[in-house]
Design a protein around this ligand. Structure first.
Ligand SMILES: [Zn+2]
Length: 285
């Protein structure tokens, strides 16, 4: 190769690299335009974070190969000890959204949850749908739901970065956020926390499973196998390469599901985190 040829080769390499960079920039621009408008929120270590007007549905976990397992509706003396044994054996830490009425009856389980590195969240006191009946009309009743549970779990939140809230059924209103943000005692809360996988069973038009929900998998109508239910969770989580999985501490079959799901996520190279490990939360605008 003479000097002129070598220059020409270098020039064509430069041209090729420039074109690749341009193509990458254009594709980033296009995908950014098609995404919903979001605002990334840095999670400060010790600032007031407050209740948001809408469920927080993005967690900086997409593409991270990290999964946050979350368990709602406990604790239960029937299932929580076995779930904790299982998570301990697998070296997995998770986040538990507790119902105040259940937490009040099981203080030793709250202590064990924290001792084993799990994060405790607030899932209201009676698991009411907060958009219905009295709750849509009387702000006081919503405050009571969150504050009564906070009173029970507060001694166990020491050492957590934040306090987290998940609305029963994901049901929430803008007005609730305004009402609750006026309560000084609740100013450490972030929420409502939504999920990436576990909302409901979904199939595509070809019949491939896209998502599952543990309670629905075990219903008399669905009667899914543990493996098939795990397929749904895997599809939803792998679809985003990470995310928050909604599960429940209560159904017997969910214990078997967690076992299968944890194994499958490990094989696929996923890392397990708690909500306290997240660096950003994205809020839909
Ligand atoms: Zn629930």
């Amino acid at each position: 190769m003479n000097l002129a040829e070598s220059r020409e080769t270098r020039a064509s390499h430069h041209f090729l690299i420039t074109m690749i960079l341009l193509a990458a920039l254009v594709s980033v621009g296009i995908s950014a335009c098609t995404r919903p408008q979001t605002t990334a929120i840095e999670v400060p270590a010790d600032a007031d974070f407050l209740f948001q007007e809408k469920n927080i549905a993005r967690f900086g976990l997409r593409g991270s190969h990290k999964v946050a397992l979350t368990f709602d509706d406990g604790p239960s003396s029937r299932t929580t000890p076995r779930l904790l044994d299982l998570l301990k054996a697998e070296g997995v830490r998770a986040t538990f959204f507790l119902v105040g009425g259940h937490a009040r009856k099981n203080p030793s389980l709250l202590a064990r949850l924290r001792a084993e590195g799990h994060v405790i969240g607030n899932h209201s006191d009676t698991h009411a749908n907060l958009t219905q009946g009295l709750y849509s009309e009387e702000p006081e009743s919503v405050i009571r739901e969150i504050q009564d549970t906070h009173t029970v779990i507060a001694p166990y939140l020491v050492g957590q970065k934040h306090s987290y809230f998940r609305a029963p059924y994901g049901a929430w209103t803008r007005q609730h956020a305004t009402t609750l943000n006026e309560i000084a005692e609740l100013s450490t809360y972030i929420g409502p926390i939504y999920w990436t996988a576990g909302g409901r069973i979904k199939f595509n038009s070809e019949g491939a499973i896209l998502d599952a929900a543990d309670w629905q998998c075990w219903s008399s109508k669905s009667q899914m196998s543990v493996e098939q239910c795990a397929d749904g969770y895997m599809a939803a989580l792998e679809g985003h390469s990470g995310g928050v999985a909604l599960l429940h501490d209560g159904p017997e079959n969910t214990l078997a599901l967690v076992s299968v799901l944890v194994q499958r996520l490990k094989v696929a190279g996923y890392e397990f985190v708690t909500l306290d490990d997240l660096e950003t939360l994205d809020q839909y605008q």
